[in-house]
Design a binder for this molecule. Structure first.
Ligand code: SF4
Length: 279
């Protein structure tokens, strides 16, 4: 339950579920199906609940060597720990309660698309070091529905971010993936950055669309059904030229709105892969 991670900015990841009912078309975690005998295409249609996750996590945490007890733990990397079933199983909450009870001194970083995380503000507030990230890809609920089929609406996520800030919890926004149309609609990306700033959040990660072929295969049917212009935009998303233009736009907007870009770059999995995944 406490798995070493190569992700930027996290040392360990905790995933209480396998699968994710939010079913985002661009999700890179669709490969997780192989652990539960599900094909990639079925991502979003199954969910395996690790019912003993909290007990196993407690055991793993207690076994963590002393010199690792300041590591950053991310909840979660290949599922959303606050998706609907979390209301019933309360595994994310149980993991947080364990971290609180064990007085874990490292940073506990949470990342979700769900306002359900607000349920756990009491436990989160009691953690020594913490931050909650909300993934925001657009301010437009319609576009959200197109790509993030069953995830909470963009407007609800922005409100959740504001509520977390009002509760005094350190927050960040995760703007990823950067939808390709922003290259031609800077105003829409600017609106997103402005709204994040207005919510009280200053810090953000930004990530390009991961265009690995297994991901594009899931996105393609959606793009095919859309306006022909959308198809052209998504095709261009694979080029370095496109990524460079978007990265530049992000840099300008971050500066203009007084935001803090984590890692000082736009995360690019295509580049990371080319450089052996260690960037
Ligand atoms: S919420 Fe996250 S883990 Fe779940 S499908 Fe969407 S991108 Fe994947």
């Amino acid at each position: 339950m406490l798995v070493p991670s190569k992700l930027p900015a996290s040392d360990y990841v905790v995933n209480p579920y396998t699968g994710c009912s939010f079913a985002c078309a661009y999700c890179y975690a669709s490969f997780m199906g192989r652990f539960v005998g599900e094909p990639m295409e079925a991502w979003g249609s199954y969910l395996s609940v690790k019912v003993n996750a909290v007990d196993v996590f407690r055991r793993d945490l207690r076994r963590l060597p002393l010199h690792r007890r300041h590591s950053t733990i991310l909840l979660s990397s290949v599922t959303d720990a606050w998706q609907g079933v979390e209301k019933k199983y309360q595994l994310a909450r149980g993991v947080l309660e364990t971290l609180r009870d064990e007085r874990y001194p490292g940073l506990v970083s949470m990342l979700t698309k769900s306002p359900l995380v607000l349920r756990d503000v009491d436990v989160i507030a009691a953690l020594d070091r913490k931050e909650v990230g909300i993934t925001l890809t657009t301010t437009d609920d319609t576009i959200g529905r197109f790509m993030e089929v069953h995830a909470p609406r963009a407007s609800d996520r922005l409100k959740a971010l504001a509520d977390l800030n009002a509760a005094g919890i350190p927050t960040y926004a995760f703007v990823g993936p950067l939808f390709p149309h922003y290259r031609y609609r800077r105003d829409l990306l600017e609106d997103l950055f402005r709204r994040i700033r207005e919510s009280g959040t200053r810090s953000l990660f930004v990530e390009h669309l991961n265009t690995s072929s297994y991901i594009l295969k899931r996105i393609q049917p959606l793009v095919d059904q859309a306006d022909p212009g959308v198809k052209v935009v998504y095709q261009s998303a694979r080029t370095e030229d496109h990524r460079r233009a978007l990265s530049e736009m992000v840099r300008e907007l971050v500066e203009k709105h007084g935001l803090d870009l984590r890692l000082e770059r736009v995360i690019d999995h295509n580049l990371d892969k080319k450089h052996g995944g260690r960037r």
